[in-house]
Design a protein around this ligand. Sequence first.
Ligand SMILES: Cc1ncc(COP(=O)(O)O)c(C=O)c1O
Length: 490
Amino acid sequence: MSKIATSFPHVAIALDRSSATALYRQLYDHLRNAILSGRLAPGARLPSTRELASELNIARNTVLNTFEQLYAESYLERRVGDGTYVSHQLPDDLLRVNNQQSLRTRPKRTKSNAASFMAVSVANYSGPPRPFRTGTPAFDAFPYKLWGRLLAQRWSNSAGEMLQYSDSAGYLPLRKAIAAYISTTRGVRCVPEQLIITSGSQHALEIVIRTVLKAGDKVWIEDPGFLGARASFIAADARLVAVPVDNEGLNVASGIDRCSDPNLIYVTPSHQYPLGSTLSLSRRLALVKLAARGGAWIIEDDYDSEFRYVGRPLAALQSLDTEQRVIYIGTLSKVLFPSIRIGYIVAPPDLFDGLLSARCLGGHQSPTLDQAVLADFISQGHFARHIRRMRVLYAERQQALVNAAKSELKGLLEITPSDAGMHLLGWLPEHVDDQQAFRKATAAGVEVTPLSAYCIEPPKRGALRLGYTGYKSREIWRATRRLAEALANV
Ligand SMILES: Cc1ncc(COP(=O)(O)O)c(C=O)c1O
């Protein structure tokens, strides 16, 4: 056992070297419990990793790994050039509930790690979408009548079939239609029998995690990155390795420096979420090689690749993978509408059975009627037409936002156009805190998300994320003016 009292007078840390629990995990539990019980208060400064390692007589890397995990779960925050602090953003109820716990008991968890992470990390949007909520397709341009007609036809022609339990892997005509679509447009190498239909890509992630990941496994995640993925990895008790992103996407060399033998890599190669860069070919090759050599799995989350306005997208990472290490996931949430709750996994052949069992346990199947209508929508050519129409409309809406920003947000927010995606980033002037800008915008009724919410390492410059696809040009202009008024007071 080793003890310290000097760095944290109120947090005794005893590590048991004979325990089967890794030292990193023991230290993590001590610090997390101290934060949740209030013994380490929000804003409290932590000793440096070097000091802590020396006091505990353990390797500095062990402390670094612990801190990385606590950053990733939002318990700690880094201030550039000024050390590590207990996060200010811990939900109050979490702190209150655990205040009375004694030093030795593990705080009762009222929420899972993942739920508390989500509570501190993401704004809770409710009500109808308004500018600039992200992930919102153009509901005003959806072909409602056509969808209704296909639905009615299915209902009257094959209602009996639609009511039964059916294949957990999904409705075969839909699997065929999606396999053909992603082979042609994304270069994905697959046969329909490799596809598993899920309730969206968040569900797909959960299925993959349940199948391939064990507690304590090392997972590379993008920093900044998709919070839903981070929360799912936290819920699975994975060890998170935050890998920086630049204009060539995930920085593979930095990832290798931080952890050269990940068990799983989560990546958004075609349009990095949320920065928007495309993973370069050399990095794609490096990633696939790393996974093949170390036996790691790669989750390729291809969430919005349909919306590229200039040039052709690079083919999916999966198409470069000769060793079957890439698990490709896709969703209909962005390209059609989020409440359809249909996504899919392209399973490497060896993983298919395991993934299918996990899919089955997590709710048996997606509704057959919805799958059948979607299959008809795709196979009758409406899907391709809808994507073409939306591409034109979204390019116009993006241009409206760029024009409005040029006119109204000078000196307040720097928005540059993007070749792809459904949102733009607006960069704040140096030293303007994006959380503060977010609060002002929210108070003015404008929905934006601060870039720092997606980051583990604080961003060098604050930014706001603005979705534009769901809003008419005049709504975009009106909201931009309101945003300008809000930001003028930050
Ligand atoms: C990068 C990314 N992956 C996955 C998802 C989840 O999508 P779904 O609605 O299919 O669960 C989202 C949703 O915003 C996303 O942005």
